[in-house]
Design a binder for this molecule. Sequence first.
Ligand code: ZN
Length: 267
Amino acid sequence: MTSTSSTELSNPELLATVGQIAAIISESSYAVGMTGAGMSVESGIPPFRGADGLWTKHGTPQMDGYASFKKDPTGWWNRRTNRKIDAHINELRDALVKAEPHAGHHALAALEKQGSLQSLVTQNIDALDEKAGVENLVEIHGNRTKLRCIECGDRVSLGDFGPLFAPDPCNKCGGVVKFDTVMFGEPIPDDVMTAARAEIDKADCVLAIGTSATVRPASGLLWIAQSAGATIIEINPTETKLTPICEVSLRSTAGVALPLLLETLSP
Ligand SMILES: [Zn+2]
């Protein structure tokens, strides 16, 4: 196990660790990326947890979001469109609208295109991986630019437009429509969980980037991969719960590490 603990890596240390990661990826037959909130933070999207987290600033929200949505979907949409919602959601929404993919997102898309990575499983809802051009993408917690029917699971893309009033019932089945983004208390949609699990089952290497590996069930996939024999690599500025099961831990931001990894792995 190699672990570099300082956030102030010297350039040779950084390059040496990137070289180790590149070697493992080159030798793997199916490498999967798994990203968490740290990726989004580098695009200016505030996290929920931690010192500058939205919940730290605005207080922890009600954890029954999905139950209250199901009780009164129209009321939920009306509160949202009138911005009569939690302060932390307003701040998050404003940041999401402005966010653009950073060098790390673009590097992931390029790594996939050249065949170094086979797919990306993300916990982020910001749609920045899609915008950067990642194609084989599983968004475990949904995509903020889509609507989803809670009955049949049909998804509709919104692009950059936010709905101004409660959307019509589902075109296919007449069911209630919500944002694709998974709410508190809402199960991960079956199709998404199945797709994520299929990627993890195929993986002999998982590159975990900017994830504290604390949000279930997404984080559980990393332990499943490890116990099935996959090599786990971590890119994160700080130590995480995942660190003990990682073959290599690189203490760096994604925006710095991933372009270097791309450069090292490029033909
Ligand atoms: Zn439907």
